[in-house]
Write a protein that binds this ligand. Structure first.
Ligand code: 26W
Length: 813
């Protein structure tokens, strides 16, 4: 790569001059970032090419991970880490009067995802490359990613995220790999002389799908995989034809061009409710059609029979959003490659696997038949046929059981059910944590599980320890290496070797010091960004994730109101100082979530300005939560809030990142918290609240009454009343009436009141224990030691062996 620091400096200065026309002494941080990015990309090209050649030569099975979202975060720091040139570059830049950290800050955060699902896809790409698997991402190159969040007067305001405005140094446009995607038109069945049926698609609208490839660098293993992001472009031919043939006005054909290119214009900023918008369906088909065509083309280069397709290709769908992979592959195999239905179906079903990420019913995708039929006529015919054949099979299994067929059908009640299509058309269906998979099998998808038990399996989520520990928290990574050696880097399960040292006072002190330094860094950042002074000696209590009713930021907020009120009433109340830190975006159309943002900002405003609380409580809601902000907050966290209504959070992955950085969880037995609890044990986690079975039972029997709790528990009532009676929070206005009503009059869908007291008690324990620093540091260490299991390397190894049946490709081939 670079033989030494001097070699790097020379290459870097040359790049600055040739690409940006600047000498290093006048280069800005942004110039330097761009030159460095471009230099690294050049350097990667050779290994990138080599990796592809290696895969081809070994005829290695390729995994294509289809996802509407990849929440990659900044790439510079991680690429340097994985390329193993971090220190050469850091020191070289320093010699030139530049600071790597400041350059990193110049990189736009590619926010091509909403939250958990998109970030998981990014962690998976890192693990695939780092373990040497031939696995690539297919995603969308949205021109506008996740909106920028600002607070104005405490309200969330969304601004467009024009992340590409200064260019994206890592990508390579590959116009030669573009493919055509078709919408609308008519399909006719045509019979030839021998009676063979074929389908003719006419009058369709076509869009060019142009790929932009982003290198995905493996850690120290000469592997560079590909994230291929698709962008919609009107074909030149199409635009010109319209302009000249029809003598159209420029405004007309430009409008047409724009309408086609709208397909990759923006990311839908909603991660929990399915809106059923036509443009969204266009996006989904765009990704799917472009990706499947590209995968098929790659396969055809091998000159193998179609029967070996599924030995060579795995198509994984990240939730149901890319479920059209199933009919699209069928279409290509039958209409373009002339295979019969049976053969095409066998190939499709043995190539596609599917991950479910949520059981929230409002998030399950369904599309109106009329919409699918008019936008994707051939695809609809195929879905309809899949459904027909499937229903016939069900009838054979259990003749006359109409109810069963009705609830299993793919097309029913005028809707196409994407989860049903995904299960029927794939060979593997997995949930993302043990509890989640059990809930799928026993409840949400029970009838499917009973029909196809062999398809269902669990793959507990994971996170990459390279970004979330080594890059985000290098001081902690160094301490770990000093303590147990460096093998944990390649084998994160070995973090458990720290357990042997958990009584070592010197180690615990050192751990405490690192946390303290990280807290000071965050305090500095908070001061700069939000103008709020926070005390690094206070407990940093962190709640970072999308804003949603079931994630219960409201429970946390009400608890802060309760503490504040208590402190006002009892000035002598000996409370361990706490800083409550929030980061969360609400979907722009999610009224209730936006109210909760306003409430937390209101609480912050009241509490932070009240001299009576004597800095015992501070509340900070940081704007624009994102991957890069997470990297600053997580290393500085003491308490990790994972307080969803049990049964609702499929897994959670923030819980794992925080644990890996030595935060201790306060949480419900939900999602992967259950598995965290299994590993760290009762002493190293604060559990509270209803369990999933109890929640589900309440939903079934309707026996919960939040009003009863409101009426009988004074602590709850006094807190809630402050939302609507005159108080420092309401100031006599009705701003929070709807929150109050949802809790008291609409029976508190997420059991906030039911869990309130138990949460409060768990928080009291946290405070007590935090006073005993040595004890606390030990809890922190146990969490770090047990976090290796939650590395996405482990998760990806499980996907590789159980689902995709692939082995790592060795670099020496
Ligand atoms: C169509 C609207 C929509 C978009 C995205 C509905 C639902 C989604 C995702 C499935 C939501 C999501 O991100 N789910 C999260 O996935 C994470 C990774 O598996 C889990 O850790 C989280 O618990 C789950 O909420």
């Amino acid at each position: 790569m670079f033989s030494d620091k001097e070699d790097f400096k020379q290459a870097f200065c040359e790049k600055l001059e040739t690409e940006l026309g600047k000498k290093v002494d006048i280069a800005t941080d942004l110039d330097a970032f761009r030159a460095l990015g471009s230099l690294l990309r050049d350097k990667l090209s050779k290994e990138w090419l080599q990796t592809n050649l290696r895969y081809e030569k070994a005829q290695e099975k390729q995994v294509y991970y289809f996802s509407m979202e990849f929440l990659m975060g900044r790439l510079l720091g991680n690429n340097l880490l994985n390329m193993q040139i971090l220190s050469i570059v850091k020191e070289g830049l320093f010699d030139l009067g530049l600071e790597l950290k400041s350059l990193e800050e110049k990189e736009e955060d590619p926010g091509l995802g909403n939250g958990g699902l998109g970030r998981l896809a990014a962690c998976f790409l890192d693990s695939l490359a780092s373990l040497g698997y031939a696995g690539h991402g297919f995603g969308m190159r949205y021109r506008y990613g996740m909106f920028d969040q600002h607070f104005i007067d405490g309200y969330q305001v969304e601004l467009p995220d024009h992340w590409l405005s200064k260019g994206f140094v890592w990508e390579v446009k590959r116009p030669e790999e573009a493919v055509e995607v078709r919408y609308g038109g008519q399909v006719q069945a045509v019979k030839d002389e021998e009676g063979n049926l074929s389908f003719k698609h006419t009058d369709y609208e076509k869009v060019n799908a142009v790929p932009y490839d982003v290198p995905v660098v493996g850690y120290n293993n000469e592997t560079v995989n590909t994230l291929r992001l698709w962008s919609a472009e009107a074909t030149e031919e199409d635009t010109l034809l319209r302009a000249f043939n029809h003598q159209q006005k420029p405004s007309n054909f430009l409008a047409h061009k724009r309408s086609l290119e709208a397909i990759s214009e923006f990311l839908y900023p909603d991660d929990s409710t399915e809106e059923g918008k036509r443009l969204r369906l266009k996006q989904e088909y765009f990704l799917v059609s472009a990706g499947v065509q590209s995968a098929v083309k790659n396969f055809e280069r091998l000159n193998l029979p179609w029967s070996s397709f599924s030995d060579q290709v795995a198509l994984h769908i990240n939730d149901t959003h890319p479920a059209l992979v199933i009919p699209e592959l069928m279409r290509i195999l039958m209409d373009d490659k002339q295979l019969g239905w049976e053969e095409a179906w066998e190939i499709t079903q043995s190539s596609v696997s599917y991950t479910n990420h949520t059981t929230l019913s409002e998030a399950l995708e369904t599309w109106p038949v009329n919409l699918v039929r008019s936008l994707l006529p051939r695809i609809f015919m195929i879905i309809d046929e899949i459904n027909e054949r499937f229903c016939k099979m069900l009838w054979k299994q259990d003749p006359g059981n109409f109810d069963r067929i009705a609830s299993l059908a793919i097309v029913a009640d005028g809707q196409v059910k994407m989860a049903h299509l995904s299960i029927v058309g794939s060979y593997s269906v997995n949930g993302v944590a043990k509890l989640h998979t059990e809930i799928l099998k026993k409840r949400e998808m029970k009838i499917y599980y009973d029909t196809f038990p062999e398809k269902f399996n669990n793959k507990t989520n994971g996170i990459t320890h390279r970004r979330w520990l080594m890059h985000a928290n290098p001081a902690l990574a160094d301490l770990i290496t000093e303590t147990i050696g460096e093998q944990w880097v390649d084998d994160p399960a070995r973090l458990s070797e720290l357990l042997k040292e958990k009584e070592d006072p010197a180690l615990l002190t050192e751990l405490g010091k690192i946390k303290q330094q990280n807290k000071m860094n965050l305090a500095h950042y908070v001061n700069e960004r939000a103008g709020i002074t926070i005390d690094p000696n206070s407990i940093f209590d962190v709640h970072i994730k999308r804003l949603h009713g079931y994630k219960r930021q409201l429970l946390n907020a009400l608890h802060i109101m309760y503490l504040y009120t208590k402190l006002k009433a009892e000035p002598a109340f000996d409370m361990v100082p706490r800083t409550f830190i929030f980061g969360a975006k609400a979907a722009p159309s999610y009224y209730f979530a936006k109210k909760v943002i306003k409430l937390i900002n209101t609480i912050a405003n009241v509490v932070n300005h009240d001299p009576d609380v004597k800095d015992k409580i501070k509340v900070v809601f940081l704007e624009n939560y994102s991957v890069s902000l997470a990297e600053k907050i997580i290393p500085a966290t003491n308490v990790s809030e994972q307080i969803s209504t049990a049964s609702k959070e499929a897994s959670g992955t923030g819980n794992m990142k925080l644990m890996m950085n030595g935060a201790v969880t306060i949480g419900t037995l939900d999602g992967a918290n259950v598995e965290i609890y299994e590993r760290v044990g009762n002493d190293n986690i604060y559990l509270f609240g209803l369990e999933s079975e109890e929640v589900l039972e309440y939903y079934r029997n309707g026996a919960y009454s939040s009003k009863e709790i409101y009426e009988s528990d004074e602590r709850v009532r006094n807190t809630l009343d402050q939302l609507v009676r005159y108080s420092p929070f309401s100031r006599g206005e009705t701003e929070f009436q709807d929150i109050f009503d949802s809790l008291v009059h609409y029976n508190d869908e997420y059991f906030v009141l039911k869990d309130f007291v138990s949460y409060m008690k768990a928080q009291q324990l946290v405070s007590q224990d935090f006073r005993l620093q040595k004890l606390w540091n030990k809890k922190s260490l146990v969490n770090i030691a047990q976090s290796g299991h939650f590395s996405s390397d482990r998760t990806i190894q499980e996907y590789a062996s159980d689902i995709w049946e692939i082995a790592p490709v060795h670099t020496l081939l």
